[in-house]
Write a protein that binds this ligand. Structure first.
Ligand code: ATP
Ligand code: MG
Length: 788
């Protein structure tokens, strides 16, 4: 029976899927059979009409309707088009039964009432004008409600609702400007209801909040919802993106990335990934004067290190031809002109004083009123190298009356006589950031162009240029930068530190370039977790180094294996055991990891710091008369005799193994079997590079704020032999249960890291070789134990 119907419906024109769909529901299936029975056409080709007939069957749900033919005919001859019309028509024929007429049907379902896009816009504008005061007062908080309100306006009953949102959005934008701080919705924190009996949540792993669902990123529009001056452009955009989120991370290849950039990377790559979208790595290479090959490679490496893979790697220079063509278009639209004013004159015209501050009167350049032909000719001369640097600029013809400096005839192209690493000597002129960024975002169909708040004013020129050129307009949205205090991040200042040898290079572990952070041994997951817990808002986040380190510490605590290491070993000999004395102890590397075995013998090492000649009340470790416990060793040891050299330095401590009676020591210390150790060639202990929280504010310059003890090198340390295993299996980590960001790292020295019990967290430096082990202290064990 059902297969018969399917065949019948397929003959009528339905495809396999729809035929199966229709017959799935008995009532719908019956109505569709009724429809085919009254249809004047035995076969329908038009997909749209078939959809509408299916919709009609779904509305009628099997009821017997005498005048169903009126609706079927109206659908087939195209009078009924939208789903709203069909449901109104179905309602009408159901109600009227035998007495339904064609005229009444047309009125009930709005046949012939077609509003042009302009008419819809004017009705909406009129309705919104009526409540303008409320909009100005309540701003974007009432925008979501507007959509529903417009659907209730009777004149708009038959208009396509998909038109409404862009019109409303545009209205708000022109009336009250883009969203700003006033529009940040403060979400009320839900108070957790106290659970009976659970006074602490010890043992419960608390998951981090997600920066992608809360705050700035949580409030972003969905793809397709960003307003367009020309709504038809959105259609093409969505055809390309298929409604996916498309973002880009656009570094200038003129330096190494720093910790602040990791936020930008995570915002762009992470937001796209969170929404199953894609993110480009786009090198913004429009300034050949500052670019170097090494930065391209390093930037790409760093992004991969953070666990992200660009969907595509592109370059602004890929689009130099298209950009040039659009510049000519802009000239033809009388929205750009070639200006021969000097840079100083241009500054003056824009009302900027010598020191760059606003204040002077703005006035038009004398070249502003040139004809299109003249501008085209001059621009081509610029292109063809007929002008030297600074002799000609292409400027956008914007709006000198606007209060926004980004509208005061920005420069679009300038002459730069420099070969470009990708386009060679093809170009003598290069587009500016202001001209390039929005257009390349548009070419690449970016759904969310996310940048930092210093670009807030640029949003207006960004949109202006896309609109003037009638290209898809991506939505620029601005979030707050991440700043680390107590260090310098500026390229110029880091270069100074490197060139004057205050540090070992751009990747010196005391710096906060991502290269440096990586070399120091900080795992990428720790950075992402840290940024995630900070969240993203529109304000700048200033973070002290100690806070960053504390996040790293807790990440390492949850993930790294534990070993014993002695910074300053001294030999201990047990007097009361024989030469063949052996006691095996087993110590787990870390919860969730395997164990290793150490042999406790007659000779072993402890740290010089753990011995004193005199015991005292606050001193818990080894001293004459005060025994101490050795980690995992069953009994205490107590001092017999101390051997010193001529300078008074201890060379050996003679002890007894107190294996007669077990007593609880005041504390346990780490130790190493004499024959199971690896010598560490260098341990580099890093402390903060600067004394103050704001090195740049030092009256004599930031170099005067440098801490001379920022790197201390220890040369006689010993580490447990099982370090070999940690190295071999690196990274020998367990996943961090409270983080979503357990990133798989590629092999490298920096991934060999461990907690040295009672000492700190350490990682292998890139200077390390097979016979010379070099370790960096990543962070201390506790916040206040920075000094050695
Ligand atoms: P800097 O001047 O500090 O080197 P930049 O802005 O010149 O930084 P770009 O290469 O242009 O560096 O940066 C690429 C992206 O990273 C931009 O979108 C920029 O907004 C973002 N970004 C740069 N610094 C930070 C920061 N401290 N916090 C968050 N995002 C940042
Ligand atoms: Mg920049």
């Amino acid at each position: 029976m059902e297969t018969e119907l399917i065949t019948k419906f397929k003959e009528f024109g339905l495809d396999d899927k729809r035929a199966a769909d229709v017959t799935k529901n008995k009532k719908v299936s019956k109505s569709f059979e009724d429809i085919t029975a009254v249809s004047p056409e035995s076969h329908v080709d038009d997909e749209k009409k078939l959809i509408n007939l299916h919709a009609l069957a779904a509305e009628l749900k099997g009821s017997d309707i005498p005048k169903i033919n009126l609706v079927v005919i109206a659908i087939l001859d195209g009078r009924l088009k939208s789903s709203l019309q069909i449901s109104e028509a179905a309602k009408y024929v159901k109600e009227k039964g035998e007495s339904a007429t064609n005229e009444e049907l047309e009125v009930a379902s709005g046949v012939g009432i077609e509003l042009s896009d302009d008419e819809v816009k004017s009705i909406i504008t009129k309705s919104l004008d009526a409540i303008e005061a409320e909009i100005v007062e309540k701003r974007y908080s009432i925008l979501p409600k507007m959509l529903g309100d417009m659907k209730k306006v009777s004149e708009l009953k038959w208009a396509k609702p998909s038109l409404f949102k862009p019109i409303i959005d545009e209205y708000f934008l022109t009336k009250i400007g883009p969203k700003d701080d006033r529009d940040v919705v403060k979400k009320e924190k839900k108070k957790k209801a106290p659970t009976a009996g659970a006074s602490s949540n010890k043992g419960v792993v608390e998951k981090e909040r997600s920066m992608f669902t809360e705050g700035f990123l949580g409030d972003l529009h969905k793809p397709g919802e960003n307003p367009q001056k020309y709504p038809e452009l959105m259609k093409k955009h969505l055809e390309f993106t298929k409604g996916q989120v498309l973002t880009r991370f656009p570094p200038e290849p003129n330096g190494y990335l720093h910790i602040g950039h990791s936020k930008a990377i995570m915002v762009n790559f992470g937001y796209a990934a969170y929404h199953s979208g894609k993110c480009y790595l786009r090198f913004d290479d429009t300034n050949p004067e500052a670019e170097e090959e090494i930065y391209f490679t390093k930037i790409e490496e760093t992004i991969k290190w953070l666990g992200y893979t660009p969907w595509k790697i592109t370059y602004s220079s890929d689009y130099f031809d298209e950009l040039y063509d659009l510049a000519e278009e802009l000239i033809k639209a009388e929205r750009a002109y070639v200006d021969h004013s000097t840079p100083e004159e241009i500054k003056a015209q824009r009302g900027l004083k010598d020191d760059g501050t606003l204040g002077g009167e703005r006035f038009a350049s004398k070249y502003r009123s040139r004809t299109v032909d003249e501008n085209l000719k001059e621009f081509r001369k610029m292109r063809d190298g007929e002008y030297g640097v600074g002799e000609a600029f292409l400027r956008m013809k914007q709006d000198l009356e606007s209060p926004n400096p980004q509208m005061w005839d920005l420069v679009a192209y300038r002459v730069l006589d420099k070969p470009h690493h990708r386009t060679g000597s093809k170009w003598k002129i290069y587009p500016t950031y202001d001209f390039t960024h929005c257009l390349v975002d548009s070419f690449e169909n970016i759904s969310h162009s996310l940048c930092t708040t210093e670009f807030r004013l640029s949003r207006v020129s960004y949109e202006w240029l896309c609109d003037e050129l009638k290209v898809y307009r991506p939505a620029q949205r601005e979030y707050g930068r991440l700043n680390l205090t107590g260090t310098v991040l500026s390229k110029r200042k880091i270069a100074k530190l490197v060139n004057d040898h205050y540090v070992r290079g751009w990747d010196d572990p005391r710096l906060y370039t991502l290269e440096a952070i990586r070399r120091r041994g900080i795992p990428p997951g720790a950075i992402l977790s840290f940024i995630n817990t900070l969240g993203v808002t529109t304000s700048t986040t200033n973070i002290q180094i100690v806070r960053f380190e504390s996040a790293v510490r807790s990440y390492l605590d949850a993930t790294t294996p534990r070993l014993m290491m002695l910074l300053h070993p001294i030999l201990v000999e047990l007097d009361n055991v024989g030469d063949d004395f052996r006691e095996e102890v087993e110590i787990p590397f870390q919860k969730g990891l395997s164990s290793r075995k150490l042999t406790f013998t007659k000779h072993f090492y402890i740290d010089a710091d753990d011995y004193r000649d005199e015991a005292s009340k606050e001193y818990f470790r080894l001293a004459p008369g005060q025994p101490v416990g050795l980690m995992k060793v069953p009994f205490n040891v107590s001092v017999n005799k101390v051997v010193k050299d001529d300078n008074g330095n201890i060379t050996k401590i003679h002890c007894n193994y107190d294996n007669e009676k077990k007593s609880k020591p005041k504390t346990f210390i780490q130790w190493l079997p004499k024959d199971e150790v690896i010598k560490v060639d260098q341990i580099r202990i890093y402390n903060q590079l600067f004394h103050s929280e704001n090195p740049s504010a030092h009256p004599d310059g930031f170099l005067k704020d440098i801490n001379p003890d920022s790197e201390i090198i220890i040369k006689d340390a010993l580490v447990e032999k099982s370090f070999e295993l940690v190295k071999e299996k690196s990274p020998l980590n367990v996943p961090n249960p409270s983080s979503e960001f357990n990133i798989k790292e590629a092999a490298g020295n920096e991934t060999v890291r461990f907690q040295a019990l009672r000492v700190g967290y350490f990682g292998v430096d890139k200077d390390s070789t097979d016979d010379k082990l070099v370790l960096n202290r990543i962070v201390t064990l506790k916040e206040d134990s920075a000094k050695v």
